[in-house]
Design a protein around this ligand. Sequence first.
Ligand code: PLP
Length: 437
Amino acid sequence: MSSFVWHPYTQMKDWPKFDVISKGKGMWLYDSHGNALMDGVASMWCNVWGHSNKELTDSMIKQTRKLQHSSLFNLTNDKAEELAEKLIKLAPEMYRVFYSDDGSTAMEISAKMALQYWHNIGERKKTKFVSLENGYHGDTTGTMSLGYVPSFFSKFKPMLFPVLRTPSPNRYRIPKGYSFDDYQEFCLEKIEQTFSKNNNIAAFVMESGAQIAGGVVVYPEGFQKKISKMCKKHNILFILDEIATGFGRLGSMIEYQNQESIPDIVSFGKMLSGGYLSLAATLASKKIYDSFLGEYKDMKHFFHGHTFTGNPLACATALTNLSLYKKYNLISKIKKRAIQIQSRIEEISNLDLVGDVRHKGMLMGIELVSNKKTKTQVSPQKRLPQKIFTEAKKHGIYQRTLGNIVMVIPPLAISERELDFLLDGTIKTIKNIAFHV
Ligand SMILES: Cc1ncc(COP(=O)(O)O)c(C=O)c1O
């Protein structure tokens, strides 16, 4: 069968054909031949309950019969209202919810909100953004500018706006002569210096708790809290991206609460709808929201909106998803699964090729290197991502690497036995690959 689909982040020359997934049940994806694959990456880090969860699909069917879409321009809908109220109750110090379709647009919105905030209060010089090196906030122009992963985005530089960047505390690749503690301090000092030297900064933007796409960097304790304090001290807005790390991925419902770092603006996506429909939300504090109020002629209102902003079907699904977190006590289950992952780290670290294992909650990144001592990266000529994908399939797993980092990022409700299957298969995959690298 020929295909007319152009796949994301994919060298199409290597992939004339992909397996066609036609069914999902629980942690498993089934291809058109009936072969089962465990969803080891939660269908791009968003699936919470596994596939075809009856409570979620029932609520989707119910809502589909009632109202599929109605716009938030001059109207509202019951599900968007209910969900916004729930999110505001959940997210400390947040005041209003702005809906969008995906993580990239949610982060694009957070940047626009920050800029317009300063504009609205008359501080027109505050227009620059600062972010961490190797942050990732999406693939649209604004978000590629904010979160710049050089290997992804260098080609697009001509269309990006300049952003000031400070180093990220990657404990595996710290410059020579530093201890990790010293390096963390160095990273924080760089932020302090950047804030002190520039009086035109609108906002500091970072992923909450950990960077994922830029290399799986779990922040050391206190790092994010210190940045939030610096932002307050220098009158700079603090924008957090919880699209991939909130809603339990790192073990907390709201990661910024765990990090004791209250943002001015924060975005959620991916797991918000249980991973079933495209939905994201940008939440703002009262200070931000109030600056958008005024006379119509002042044009202070927020100039942003999408066709599907606040789609009732997506919001209804998110509401059911949130109720299931409570009903099944998901966060405490995640904590148990996180301990299970932790208990296998030594075994994984000892494998050939494994340079470093970075883990928090239901996120694990296993960085493969060609030389453990020198930490030499595996050359792209070895086509490691393709080899890992093909080998993992032999062990019944759908695995997608991030370059040379093997990602274990399962649906959050995975059972103990299923997680063992995933970890065993990952270990076998890495062992077998070692012969070919
Ligand atoms: C931290 C973070 N922000 C934003 C995004 C973009 O989300 P989306 O792919 O839904 O546009 C992602 C996607 O992986 C992400 O990991």
